[in-house]
Design a protein around this ligand. Structure first.
Ligand code: FES
Ligand code: FES
Length: 156
């Protein structure tokens, strides 16, 4: 049976019809058309679907849309302003932290949460934090470099 859910997504209040079993990732992508949040596995392993719910990074394939009623959700589309990338996005661009880009939205969202709580992370801490985010393209070296650089520019 469908029900209605209301939440704030990227600063705007949104309301949509969902089934009780609808995952947040499907609500974001299919109802709201926010396809920057990717589905890489649907089994909580890859991290391509990471968004922020009330400021904390979460795999949006592990939570139901109805559980997010009245929360504040931020997706990758909500990070940049009209003409300026978020410092973490800029750092990924500058440090070649993306290859095909499929994992990048989840990496960036996880990295922003890390940098908020740990503004000066070591390489080891970044690698540990990103254990739940898989990149199938190449090694993680440039991703880690990007996160360290992004954290640095976030602290100004
Ligand atoms: S799609 Fe959510 S962890 Fe892979
Ligand atoms: S850049 Fe291709 S999966 Fe990570």
């Amino acid at each position: 049976m469908a029900s209605t859910v209301t939440m704030t997504v990227n600063g705007k209040s949104v309301t949509g019809a969902v089934e009780a079993r609808t995952l947040l990732v499907h609500f974001l992508r299919e109802t709201l058309g926010l396809t920057g949040t990717h589905v890489g596995c649907d089994t909580s392993q890859c991290g391509a679907c990471v968004v922020h719910v009330d400021g904390r990074s979460i795999k949006s394939c592990t939570i139901l849309a109805v559980q997010c009623a009245e929360t504040e959700v931020t997706t990758i589309e909500g990070l940049a302003t009209e003409d300026t990338l978020h410092p973490m996005q800029e750092a990924f661009r500058e440090n070649h932290g993306l290859q095909c880009g499929f994992c990048t939205p989840g990496m960036v969202m996880s990295a922003v949460d890390l940098a908020k709580n740990n503004p000066d992370p070591t390489e080891h801490e970044v690698r540990e934090w990103l254990e739940g985010n898989l990149c199938r393209c190449t090694g993680y070296h440039n991703i880690v470099k990007s996160v360290i650089a992004g954290a640095k520019s976030m602290r100004g």
